[in-house]
Structure formats: C-alpha cells, structure tokens
Design a protein around this ligand. Structure first.
Ligand code: PMP
Length: 364
C-alpha cells in the first residue's frame, strides 16, 4: 500500500447520503424522502432550467472560463463589480480554494466545534490546525472565537445561519467581531442558508466588503436555488484575495450548464421568494409539532431544524432510513445525540412527523 500524505491520516471522507438512485428500487424503496442534505423540495427556477437546456446545446464546447456572464448576474444581484466573485463547483470548492491558497502547515483556523465539517477537513488537508470553539447556547460564541486568535491564525469561519444548528449570528454582533479581527486574518462568512432568514437582519455583502478587505462571503446555488445537482457556489471577496484563489482553481471548474442556470436563477426573485415563504410555513409547522412531541429543537432560521434526541443519533437516522426518510444523525461536541432534518413539502413533513412519532413510541 502506497502511503498517502501524512495530513490525510486525520481526514474522514464525507459520509454518504441516501442509497444511489440507481439501486433505490432494488433495495425495496418505493419512495425516498430526502431530508439529509438541506435541498430545496420545490425544485428550481423554471427560467434557470430553460437556461440550462440552452447551455446543453453547446455541450461540446468548454465553458467561458472567465464566467463573465455569471459574475455580471451576481454583480447585479449584490451590487458589486465582477472582480469580486469567484465561482466554484459548489461552495465546497470555494472553501477548498481558500484553504489551498491561504493555509500553510501549522497555520491555525478558528471555527465552531459544531459547524459545517468541510472547514475542518480542508484545513487538515493543508496541514493546518483547526481550532474549534464550543457553541454557546447553540450559537457561535464570537467572544470565545476572538479569544482563540493568535499570531498563527490565518482564517476564521462563521457559518451564518449555522449548519447544523440553524442558528444565526446577529448583524450587530458580527460587525463588532469584524472590528476586532486582525487585518491579516481572513474572515469567512458562509451564508449557504442566508436567504431563508426571515427573523432579524443579515449583513449586506457589499457593505461588509467595502469596509473589510479581509472578508469573504460564501453563497451557494444548492440550497434555496434548488440546483444542488449542478454544483455551483461562489465567494465574494476583495479582488486581491480572489486572484489568489484563481491561481489554485482548476480551469473550467464550473460547468457550462451550471454557470448558465446560476446566472439566471440568482435574479429570479419570484422563485426565491416563494421558496422562502413556503419554508417559513413548514419551519414553523415542523418545529411546533416536534415540540409538542416533547423534543427540544434549536431556533432555526434555515431550511432545516436541529432536534435533540434521547436515544443514539445513528439509530434514529437508521430507523427513519428504513422508512425511506433520509435525515442526518449528528454526534457533536455538546450534542451527543441530535438529528438535522431539512423541511420537505407539507406531505413529506407529515410523513416525517408520523415516522418520528412511531419511532418515539417504540422508545428507542
Ligand atoms: N456551506 C454550508 C454551510 C453547507 O451546508 C453546504 C452544503 N451542505 C455547503 C457550504 C456546500 O454547498 P455546495 O458545495 O453544494 O455549494
């Protein structure tokens, strides 16, 4: 066996989701309800799908490697010049480009101890040191994170709303946090779920970027835009930072179809607004029902909810999976047993609640 880089010894491959579509029938599933990956159950913008179909016609040609049309569309939406954007094969890739470009061996990166796992993984891959700060009352402990910044710190991650807890950092608190972070530390704000926030004000990317040259804001087309299968995400940042990312990205890292769909979807406010509205109703419905069943849930501003469990998380995940309902069982510091459940349509949510009710009765 050829030995891989030492850094990989600490890295765990990303856990698998539902069984591959090709074998779902063979396994006896009549229907699969996907609630483990925080996707949009209402599909995608019809205008974006039209754009994707048109792009498919030119499939024999590489995409425009400058992604100029996409960046112009993003620019219109955010009020920023094209040079502020770097697109990736999902925002996953943008996270990887950031750590590739900025984390060297033994650099530290501060993050919450219960957050999106790819920050830690990518820091480890580069030989960096993830410094994990416990959540406080289910939320990012910004003071605690500031206290961990040392001369070795290169990057700070704040996931807002946080995956998996769904909790948000207040706009004012985040500004105070920015003020206290040294200029040579990158502050990465991951806003994968920000469109779903309906309570409290969120920070405006343009305002943040005009004041803080060390800020990076991440967004994705996988969640509210319902284009997870096309793999498009992006970062907004000062062009000087963006140019470093462009040095380490693969050529044509976003495919033609994804780029075309994203460029249209970002400005289809009708589709986005409808998804926000439906999600808000389902979030209230599922939260209320779970609380009525006696579960503690954290206050979510995302398209999923974090449910505290009494029995083992993986057992709950497996029990629901047997019924074709795929959720994410979570074992994290401070949360020995929890489950993250993305909201589906009303019908799917009712099936979920019924399955959880049966599971609770079985007392596992
Ligand atoms: N950030 C967060 C917080 C996420 O939850 C996810 C997806 N689960 C991503 C980034 C990556 O999303 P994608 O690569 O699909 O854009």
């Amino acid at each position: 066996m050829i030995k891989a880089r030492d850094e990989l010894a600490a890295v765990i491959p990303y856990p698998l989701g539902p069984p591959p579509e090709a074998i779902q029938k063979e396994l006896g599933f009549k229907r699969i309800i996907r609630m483990g990956d925080n996707e949009n159950p209402y599909g995608a913008s019809p205008l974006a799908l039209e754009a994707a179909k048109r792009a498919l016609e030119n499939r024999s040609f590489y995409p425009d490697g400058t992604y100029s049309l996409l960046y112009q569309a993003l620019g219109r939406y955010h009020g920023l010049p094209e040079g502020y954007f770097v697109a990736g094969n999902g925002s996953d890739e943008v996270i990887r480009l950031l750590t590739r470009a900025f984390i060297s061996r033994e650099n530290e990166a501060v993050m919450a101890d219960c957050t999106f796992p790819r920050y830690k993984t990518n820091v480890l891959i580069e030989g960096g040191v993830p410094v994990e700060v416990p959540l406080k009352n289910g939320m990012h402990d910004l003071e605690g994170m500031l206290a961990k910044i040392t001369s070795k710190t290169k990057m700070v991650f704040v996931c807002n709303p946080n995956n998996p807890t769904g909790t948000i950092v207040d706009k004012k608190d985040l500004i105070e946090f920015f003020k206290k972070i040294p200029e040579n530390v990158l502050i990465v704000i991951d806003e994968a779920y920000v469109e779903y926030v309906t309570h409290g004000e969120m920070n405006d990317a343009k305002v943040i970027l005009s004041q803080y040259q060390n800020a990076v804001i991440l967004r994705t087309f996988s969640k509210i835009h319902g284009l997870a299968g096309l793999r498009v995400g992006y970062g907004m940042m000062d062009p000087k930072i963006g140019n470093e990312l462009k040095k380490v990205r693969d050529v044509f890292n976003v495919n033609r179809i994804g780029a075309a769909a994203a460029a249209v979807s970002v400005n289809d406010s009708a589709f986005i607004d409808l998804s926000v509205k439906k999600n808000k109703i389902e979030r209230a419905f599922v939260t209320e029902r779970l609380e009525q069943m006696g579960y503690t849930v954290l206050p979510s501003q995302a398209n999923f909810v974090f449910v505290l469990l009494k029995g083992p998380a993986k057992q709950a995940e497996a029990a629901l999976a047997q019924k074709g309902i795929f959720v994410k069982g979570i074992v994290a510091p401070g949360y020995p047993s929890a489950m993250r459940v993305a909201f589906g349509t009303r019908e799917e949510n009712e099936l979920l609640l019924e399955a959880i009710r049966e599971y609770s009765v079985e007392g596992v």
